[in-house]
Design a protein around this ligand. Structure first.
Ligand SMILES: Nc1ncnc2c1ncn2[C@@H]1O[C@H](COP(=O)(O)OP(=O)(O)O)[C@@H](O)[C@H]1O
Ligand SMILES: [Mg+2]
Length: 253
């Protein structure tokens, strides 16, 4: 969607690995505070695209701005403050196994804000509380199922008050109840904190329940860009095939 003040703008982004093109001129905008889905077949380059925002992948050509700042060509050091403002929640929620949930959330606060662990724990407890997860504080990650681990990973990402969260397949591998709980968490976070949420997913149920916008990638291009209702009603054969392939799981959770 085009607007005067988008949070993120991708313009003519080209990315190839070892001569094999993944993105051949992708342009799209993410609105501030929106829940913006990036969808497409496995291997189309969804993860690669969001990783460019935090400097984990570097485009060969094109421009990407975050809050008006060009990120293409930034040095590794220049990405540090951006990674704080724009936190990635990875597909495999990586938590420190030997630390309690509370300390997992407190660690980044202590490190980035140079406060004592006691102060960081207090803040971490508030973040967990706000996500209805205070009761998990003393648990070790290994004792949590994948849904709760995802919740803790989201809490940890939120601990530094980011303006944007990048979720890579947040509901993949979760049972339907945990998947819908994660959807609600993403939506609540977006509404309560005004965080811009970019959600890489192929979960049509998630899109239907919490999406404001969907950018669908196909064959290195932005193939569809619009609100979910238009996506589900699209007559385009590629979009229809994608929706039909995934729709057997929609509405049955
Ligand atoms: N660091 C990398 N080096 C080489 N190839 C990569 C790298 N990261 C991703 N790719 C390739 O880029 C393509 C897109 O990957 P990815 O963004 O992970 O797909 P998606 O998230 O849509 O499933 C795949 O063919 C993948 O193998
Ligand atoms: Mg991926």
């Amino acid at each position: 969607m085009a607007s005067a003040n988008p949070h993120m703008v991708f313009s003519d982004v080209h990315i190839a690995f070892a001569g094999k093109s993944v993105h051949a001129g992708v342009s799209l905008q993410v609105q501030r505070g929106s829940v913006h889905f990036i969808m497409g077949q496995s291997g189309v380059g969804k993860s690669v695209l969001i990783k460019t925002l935090v400097g984990l992948v570097h485009p060969d050509r094109g421009s990407i701005t975050f809050d008006g700042t060009e990120v293409v060509g930034l040095s590794e050091a220049a990405f540090f403050p951006i990674r704080r403002r724009c936190q990635m929640v990875f597909q495999q929620a990586t938590l420190f196994g030997s630390l309690s949930v509370l300390d997992n959330v407190a660690m980044p606060i202590a490190r980035h804000e140079q406060v004592s662990m006691a102060v960081a724990r207090q803040r971490a407890a508030e973040v967990l509380e706000s996500l209805h997860a205070r009761h998990l504080g003393e648990r070790l990650p290994a004792t949590l199922g994948p849904g709760l681990r995802k919740q803790v990973a989201i809490a940890r990402a939120l601990a530094l008050n980011p303006e944007a969260l990048l979720y890579d397949e947040p509901t993949t591998g979760l049972d339907p109840i945990a998947a819908r709980r994660t959807d609600r968490l993403i939506r609540e976070t977006s509404i309560r904190l005004g965080v811009t949420s970019v959600v890489v997913s192929h979960d049509l149920q998630s899109l239907l329940s919490i999406g404001d916008w969907v950018s669908f990638l196909h064959a290195g291009q932005l193939h569809f860009d619009g609100p979910p209702a238009k996506f589900f009603a699209a007559t385009d054969p590629v979009v229809r095939a994608f929706v039909q392939a995934g729709s057997s799981s929609v509405g049955h959770c």
